[in-house]
Design a protein around this ligand. Sequence first.
Ligand SMILES: Cc1cc2nc3c(=O)[nH]c(=O)nc-3n(C[C@H](O)[C@H](O)[C@H](O)COP(=O)(O)OP(=O)(O)OC[C@H]3O[C@@H](n4cnc5c(N)ncnc54)[C@H](O)[C@@H]3O)c2cc1C
Length: 401
Amino acid sequence: MNFEYSDKTKALVARVSAFMDEHIYPNEQRHAREVAQGERWKVLPVVQELKAVAKAQGLWNLFLPESARGAGLTNLEYAPLCEVMGRVLWSAEVFNCAAPDTGNMELLERYGSAEHKQRWLEPLLAGEIRSCFAMTEPDVASSDATNIECSITRDGDEYVIDGRKWWSSGAVDPRCALFIVMGKTDPNHPDRHRQQSMIIVPRDTPGVTVVRPLTVFGYDDAPHGHAELIFDKVRVPASNLLLGEGRGFEIAQGRLGPGRIHHCMRAIGMAERALEFMCKRSVQREAFGKRLAEQGVTLERIAQSRILIDQARLLVLKAADMMDRVGNKAALKEIGMIKVAAPAMACQVIDWAMQLHGAGGLSSDFPLAYDYAQVRTLRFADGPDEVHRNQIAKLELARYR
Ligand SMILES: Cc1cc2nc3c(=O)[nH]c(=O)nc-3n(C[C@H](O)[C@H](O)[C@H](O)COP(=O)(O)OP(=O)(O)OC[C@H]3O[C@@H](n4cnc5c(N)ncnc54)[C@H](O)[C@@H]3O)c2cc1C
């Protein structure tokens, strides 16, 4: 394995980093001010302005591999760019590389019809609309998606959707134009993995109700947000079904690969920035007659953070490389491994960084507390750690059976 980034990757890392220096870090306070002012669910002028700049510079849709519609980068080439974006979470949207749109765009690119692509994928790629993925339900353990109860029933030329969802990220964004909904078209199919389907529901369809936005550790994640939704006899054309009845799991497998390892890449960026904050603070601040940087425990934590970050990055790059070379299915174990390793690593590093900052570390004067809340959710938002570990262990044990 060659550990050196290619010249193409290095040049793009330099361009994305320069964009962050020039446009993102200097606008962090403006972003926070715009979020805090007035209506919670709105379009932020700062993001709209910077999107135009990123697009004009060609730093746009960098995430989409194996498609003429993307920037032509592999997962391995994209990983370091996504890491840089992860240093300031809202920046991913500026490059049109934000979740859940990235996963939804990949889904539409791989499984959508020509009509779906024209109506939904093109405006998503242009950054004109946003989207939401609605699978999780409050009433069932949704980490096991065979439990999903939302029904999708054929009625003539239409499907009728009934169900309750929650944690539908992005549903409250005023630009969200479509929900990709997972439900059951055949709840009695003997194979539990052939009961589900995915269907596109335009947001303005009668019968769709946004019940409430949810909070994460008290943060509402405005203006993006996560919503509870009700689908009450929602009717959409039969052509809105993706790929075919009973193929929801097949699509989910595809979606949960690339779209989701981006979270791991961003978590590395967040951890890297937290370590930077930790180092800068520790050389400035003094307690009990010594700089914090001279306390043994600080040295220990800084060293351990560097070890953990570099370990996680290498594993992410390995997974990305395998996805490119042997495909998402063959890279299942490596994808599972980084989904466990990267959030755990970032939680630990950010926790140490908060500790070193004292009470300030828990405030919004530093990005640490908010970043911590974000990465902590990845220990189940991307599928619970336990489920990934079960999968990894089964694949490991398979060699001995
Ligand atoms: C910030 C955030 C954003 C999200 N965005 C979206 C979104 O956009 N769309 C969407 O559909 N969902 C979204 N989710 C929901 C997320 O995907 C689910 O929370 C996740 O799949 C787990 O489902 P659950 O919450 O129903 O937990 P459950 O399935 O009830 O699991 C609860 C716990 O049970 C344990 N457990 C489960 N299975 C096993 C096992 N096999 N072995 C041992 N222990 C186990 C684990 O500890 C697990 O955490 C989001 C969640 C968060 C927090």
